[in-house]
Design a protein around this ligand. Structure first.
Ligand SMILES: O=C(O)[C@@H](CO)OP(=O)(O)O
Ligand SMILES: [Mn+2]
Ligand SMILES: [Mn+2]
Length: 541
């Protein structure tokens, strides 16, 4: 129902805070969070889908993630996303018929050179899928490529915390088969995704530099094989989860097996953009690149699985076209001259700007948009579970007090970033910290005569234990301790309307098929507009 609230409207995204009845291992329920519990008990509380097909992923077995979640939140629509687009391009053969694939393979054949692949080696399907890599390796072999190298980033964040051996073994088997008939396909380097290569939003370029030295120059601690590297590195740091493992280089008697050379080609097989952009820039950019010293940069042709940033644009070459997200919430509100404010800390800043606006890094219109980034700490977030929630709240309170903005949006990273560490105690603290900041923020919204919509982009800290699918009980390590879960969840997410002055008319529709893509229409209705027909319908009765 179209209605116009008199004060500001604030969308609060509690990143990684899902909803499930189970209390065990659920930081949301275990935390001292009196305000959040009070809000959940209100009549304008419901839960929404935030995973699988409801956010454009191939199947309902796919957990949600920030990219697809914020795309859905910010566009009010469901688009086929990277994972689905790549599956389709491989299945239909369109990827291999495309000009970029041809250029890459032809160049390798012409130069008698090596085809390199780097990316996240798992079936997490958030940034990548190992099946995509395997399909490309097989195709390259069938087209005559004789030398390929895989630079394998270990996951432990979108899949079980210590599962790297599963994917490494699978990869070694595939490479061994492909290496028959005179081919030479091998793993050349690797490391934990939170240690090398996969930084995002320029939070820590040193990660990318470490990745560059391992993958490109073959510089790093050497091991005879990736599985031996994994075993040794785990022994050296008991309890370490895969995402935090240091980098490694594979070497034989002649030295590192896969430094990149002039004439080679390189494919990043991640489909998701945020953590692929910095490395893409390191490959593509000329002397203007100043983030770290790349040493002698080999003359390689580089391609991404997808275009990771449509505005830079980056990379120059990519295999699959991006989803073309149009008619976003911001594009709708700009012509209506609605002043907007968007804020988060570095780790989620691009989520609430770039992903929110349909993968656009520039503003739609400077005159109506203010963005604010609070620099994130550079630590493992179980060491600082409060993160920058207080500083973000300070800035939001000022923005509300200024009276300038009619629509504000914020992402609090705590539930997700602390959830990914697998540390339940820290996640409980994260939720308690969030509750205190929500108390401050909602008081300011009340003072400004406003309304808040509180939601999440997907679950994470709502399930901090790995559960046995059959018994539903927590899985145990060999020493009897509970196995921590570091990945997102498949759970629904909260949707709460905070309306202290009773401005909002009507209740919430009760439709279990509604997801987070239904929030945009709700937002514009509360701002006094009719939502575009192509958006998912509003949640207001
Ligand atoms: O950290 C990340 O890159 C992903 C998990 O792979 O999390 P999110 O989607 O919440 O950003
Ligand atoms: Mn998220
Ligand atoms: Mn996450």
């Amino acid at each position: 129902m179209k209605q116009q609230i008199p004060g500001p409207l604030v969308t609060i995204v509690l990143d990684g805070v899902g909803e499930i009845d189970r209390t065990e291992g659920n930081a949301v329920k275990l935390a001292h969070a009196p305000l959040y519990n009070h809000l959940r008990a209100s009549s304008r509380f419901t839960t929404l889908l935030a995973h699988g097909k409801a956010v454009g992923l191939p199947s309902d077995a796919d957990m949600g993630n920030s990219e697809v979640g914020h795309n859905a939140l910010g566009s009010g629509q469901i688009y086929d996303q990277g994972a689905k687009l790549v599956n389709d391009a491989i299945e239909s053969g369109a990827m291999f018929a495309g000009s970029v694939w041809r250029q890459l393979v032809d160049r390798v054949l012409r130069n008698d050179a090596t085809l390199h692949f780097f990316g996240l080696l798992s079936d997490g399907n958030v940034h990548s899928h190992i099946d995509h890599l395997i399909a490309m390796l097989r195709r390259a072999a069938s087209e005559g490529v004789t030398k390929a190298r895989v630079h394998a980033l270990l996951d432990g964040r979108d899949v079980g915390g210590t599962t790297a051996q599963i994917y490494l073994k699978q990869m070694e088997e595939v490479l061994a088969v492909l290496s028959e008939q005179g081919r030479d396909f091998r793993i050349a380097s690797g490391g934990g995704r939170m240690t090398i290569t996969m930084d995002r939003y320029e939070a820590d370029w040193a990660m990318v530099e470490r990745g560059w030295n391992h993958h490109v120059h073959g510089k790093g601690r050497t091991f005879p094989s990736a599985l031996e590297a994994l075993e040794t590195l785990r022994e050296e740091t008991p309890g370490i989860i895969d995402q935090n493992l240091p980098g490694f280089v594979i070497a034989d008697e002649q030295g590192p097996v896969g430094p990149m050379r002039d004439g080679d080609c390189v494919i990043c097989f991640n489909f998701r953009g945020d953590r692929a952009i910095e490395m893409s820039r390191a490959f593509d950019e000329g002397d203007s690149f100043t983030y770290f010293d790349r040493g002698t940069k080999p003359d390689v042709l580089y391609a991404g699985m997808m275009q990771y940033d449509g505005d830079l644009p980056s990379p120059d070459h990519y295999l699959v076209g991006p989803p073309n997200i149009t008619d976003t919430l911001t594009e709708f509100l700009v012509p209506e001259k609605v002043q907007m404010f968007a804020i988060s800390e570095t780790q989620k800043y691009g989520h609430v700007t770039y992903f929110w606006n349909g993968n656009r890094s520039g503003k739609v219109d400077e005159r109506y948009e203010t963005y604010m980034e609070i620099p994130s700490d550079r630590v493992s977030f179980d060491q600082r579970p409060w993160m920058k929630a207080a500083e973000i709240t300070d800035a939001l309170i000022s923005a509300l007090a200024s009276g300038t903005y009619r629509y504000l949006r914020v992402n609090y990273a705590n539930g997700d970033m602390v959830g990914h560490t697998g540390n339940l105690d820290a996640a409980i603290t994260a939720m308690a910290c969030l509750d205190i900041q929500l108390q401050r923020l909602l008081a300011a919204i009340k003072k400004a005569n406003g309304v808040a919509l509180i939601t999440a982009d997907h679950g994470n800290c709502d399930e901090m234990f790995e559960l046995d699918k059959k018994t539903g009980q927590p899985k145990r390590e060999t020493d009897g301790s509970i196995k921590p879960k570091t990945s997102h969840t498949l759970n629904r997410v909260p949707f709460i309307v905070y309306d202290p002055h009773g401005h909002v008319k009507g209740g919430l529709k009760d439709d279990p098929s509604f997801g987070i893509a239904n929030i945009a229409a709700t937002t514009v209705e509360l701002l006094g507009f009719e939502a575009p027909k192509r958006w998912c319908p509003s949640l207001l009765v």
